[in-house]
Design a protein around this ligand. Sequence first.
Ligand code: ZN
Length: 437
Amino acid sequence: MATLFKDVYILDGSREKAALGHVLVSKGRIVSVTEAGAEQSADLNLKADKIISGHKRMAVLPGFVNAHTHAAMTLVRGLGEEAPLMEWLTEKVWPVEAKLTAEHIYWGTLSAILEMLATGTTCFADMYFEMDRVAEAALQTGIRAALCRGMTADSNDKDKINKSLSENLELADKWHGREGLITVQLGPHAPYTVPVEDMKKIAKAAKEHGLGVHLHYLETEFELNYIKNELKTSPEDYLINTGLMDAPHLVLAHAVYLEPELADKLKLSNLTLVHNPCSNLKLGSGVMKLSEWLDKGAAVALGTDGASSNNRLDMWEEMRTAALLHKGVNKDPVCVSALDVLRMATYDGARAFGFAQKGLVREGWMADLVLVDLDKPHYIGANCENLAAYIVYAGSSADVIGTMVNGKWLYRNGDFPTLDKIEIMQRAMTAREEITR
Ligand SMILES: [Zn+2]
């Protein structure tokens, strides 16, 4: 089935400005991207089974990649609000999470996928447990996912990390590359929850198995002090000496306290930082040095983190917050542009998790697209030159009218063609009742 987006604005993070034209999609790929012209468009009409006429009032963007989340945490949203990170985790979240079954996680993940699809996300990077069920939920939906088993040590169960690592490697054997929709990484939770020797073992396994590593790194000042005072090392030496820097790709979520001056000591080509501005603000963790990292040429993706520390799974919100926050903090209105955050929310996230040819609206690339309704008052005045700024500063996820993965609609005008929204919501509500009883 070939779909033609006709007379639409085309925008992605690699363009100086948007273009007016047509996008033809077939067999999961973008077949052609052509600038507007009557002759070409008549020709394209013949190739399409379905034509979506944008009338210059719709935009096609690459689908968003939520580069750090814990999808099933939709089930613990709202618990322990407005508490410090450690108190929130240890007293509010972890005791409730301990009650989660594989079934709960399945429905909690599907519930998250409803939210993500409705807001234009076509891929999410998830760190949690019972990841087989997360993979099933993703595959059933048709959304792309980058999955890792979150690993933490437990003083009461010395073998816990080994068991989790085995689970993570089994997850990779079973799911990595599946239908081109799923990739698997190793997911050590953080330096303060995984002892150094175990971290080294995980880094070694990543290298041996050719898998990326996705971990929380320097989210709070506590973690920085822990590395310095307890582990007696520096943030850069920790990454180098544990072997994490030698993993095929290293994804550091948060990196609030990672100093951009360290860029020269780290292998930037192997590294992606994930900025989670809303979560960092809500938990009072601090603000990462985004504009300095971008100046250093680092790849930075965007993520929401879990629904209980955000509390949205909405990449539009992350783009807008990232673009505003750093201008204010740096007293510099040009430091992080709308195009910067659009590229971070799409291309940089896809690259971090091993999805090649995803994240731009380009011929031959994956047909993971978002259709945006520009026929709204807040888009009056939008044109090719300024569309990115309209999307980031004036737009919101309420403007999403379609989300497509692999050329297939997973969300269209309020409906989810591959999902039973009512059943998912009922099951997620039941799960929530069971774990908070
Ligand atoms: Zn997280």
